[in-house]
Structure formats: C-alpha cells, structure tokens
Design a protein. Structure first.
Ligand code: DGL
Length: 280
C-alpha cells in the first residue's frame, strides 16, 4: 500500500529547515512540501490575508491525501493554527508552542529573546505561550523583516547578510538574553551569523526542529507512523514561484542531488475546494 504523506507548508523555502529535521528523524515517512514563494514574504501582511493564504496551501496538501499537517511557518502558525485545528480532521501542528517549550527548558536566567517576522512578533504568540507556562520569565522580542528576503534570494552567506544581521540584532544584544528563539523557519539558514552576533553564551532555539520532536511523538500517539517497508519514501516539493531558485536552495540545504520540484500557480491553489470529508 502507498504510504500516506505528511504535509508541510511555508511562505517559501523557510520550512525546508523543518523538512531537513523531519527527514532525519522520521526516515520511514513520505513528505509533501509546498512553499508559497510567489506571495512571500508573509511577515508584513495582515493576519487575515496570511490566514487565507495558509488555507490555499492547506487545501492543496489535503487534496494529496496527507495524514498530518505541519505548519512549518511561524507567521502562518500565529495567524491560522487555531482555525485549522478547529476545522480539520487530521492532526495539525504549528511551530510556536514547541519553540516556546524548548526555550523555557533551556533558559537559566529567565531571559529569553524571540526574533521573527513582523506578523509573528505583533501576534505576541511566543510571549503569551512562554508567560503562560513561566510567568516570571522575561521575554524580549524583535522583528527582523530584512532576514527573509536574504534567505529567499539565496544570499544568506553573503557580506550583506552579515551586515544586516549585525544591525538588526544590535538592540536585542543589549538585553543579555541567555536563550534566543529563531521564531521564523527561514532563520536557521542564518544561524552561524546570528550565533556570531549574539555570542557563544546564547543558546539558539530552532522552532522548526523542536516541532519535529513533537511530530514524532504525535505519529505514535495517533498510530500514524509508517513501518519500514520496501515502498520508497516520497519527498515532493511544490512552489508557487521559481522552480530553479527553489531547487538551488533546497538541494544545497537538504544535501539532495535529485530533487523533484513542481510549479503550482496561485490560481490553481485557489481553485481547489475543501472536501467535506476533511472537516471534523
Ligand atoms: N518562514 C516564515 C516564518 O516562519 C515566514 C517568513 C515570511 O514569509 O515572512 O515565519
């Protein structure tokens, strides 16, 4: 029998940082990934629009019969997770709670920094999640709107990137946090630069990677984990933007030579309706 895949979505290539960890931790699983590169970035957009875009990507993945959905994007998690969970039958996992839990576990001095897109920081979802579990912890948030365009244009190792990261984190550095949540799935591609600016004493939390630990537990809980079989695992990638740019970033980040990337237009996404059988 064909394996049922896990679906991942993001505004672009950021969710690949989650995908990389998922492939490592869950080698028997098949994955379908969609990046909405044509409409990236989501960060500066109004919440209602991000929610609508997230639904477009979700319907596309549901149409491919996924068994679980990972919202591999903090901005989309902040805007759409409660609604998706309320409406859909399959388990839906966001990246904010796992990132918050890991930060609480890591901090020694109760000083946590959170960096993310404007949408994620404006939503205050990290602050709320951390404070709910540990009221006394201080949370210092900083939106870094210039990071995502650097990653999407494959310039995350450049001299410009170094300058942008240094300038963007200047204020946050003064807060002397001991833990910093990379609250945007694009940011782990800038991790060496972020670590260099913040200093070795600051522990960086990759919200996406933390999410995969929880996905692994949930697969067992819902009895959805695949056994090791002779069936090949599928890893399929879709983008609403440039296939070549996506392929370049994905193959180097995931260290995969053969990578299957298909273009799907935004119009196509909008044409897919939510199947009644996907509702709770
Ligand atoms: N990767 C996304 C996140 O985790 C969104 C970046 C964007 O499109 O602004 O927030």
């Amino acid at each position: 029998m064909k394996k049922q895949a896990i679906g991942l979505l993001d505004s672009g290539v950021g969710g690949l940082t989650v995908m990389k960890e998922a492939m490592k931790q869950l080698p028997n699983e098949s994955f379908y990934y969609i990046g909405d590169t044509a409409r990236c970035p989501y960060g500066p957009r109004p919440e209602e629009q991000v929610k609508a875009f997230t639904w477009d990507l979700t319907r596309f993945l549901l149409d491919k019969n996924i068994k679980m959905l990972i919202i591999a994007c903090n901005t989309a998690t902040a805007a759409a997770l409660p609604e998706l969970k309320r409406v859909l039958k399959i388990p839906v996992i966001g990246v904010i709670l796992p990132g918050s839990r890991a930060a609480i576990k890591t901090t020694h001095q109760g000083r946590i920094g959170v960096i993310g897109t404007e949408g994620t920081i404006r939503s205050e979802e990290y602050r709320k999640a951390i404070k709910k579990k540990q009221q006394q912890t201080e949370v210092f948030s900083q939106a870094c709107p210039k990071f995502v365009p650097l990653v999407e244009s494959n310039q995350f190792n450049s001299a410009i990137a170094k300058k942008v990261v240094t300038e963007s984190l200047r204020d946050l550095k003064r807060q002397k946090v001991d833990t910093l949540v990379m609250g945007c799935t694009h940011y782990p591609l800038l991790k060496p630069l972020i670590q260099n600016v913040m200093g070795e004493q600051v522990t960086l939390i990759d919200s996406g990677a933390e999410t995969v630990n929880e996905v692994s537990v949930l697969l067992d809980y819902y009895d959805l984990a695949e056994e090791k079989t002779d069936q090949p695992n599928e890893r399929k990638f879709y983008t609403t933007g440039s296939v070549n740019m996506f392929k370049d970033i994905a193959s180097s980040w995931l260290k995969m030579n053969e990578i299957e990337v298909e273009h799907v237009s935004v119009e196509e996404l909008k044409g897919i309706e939510l199947n009644e059988s996907d509702r709770k």
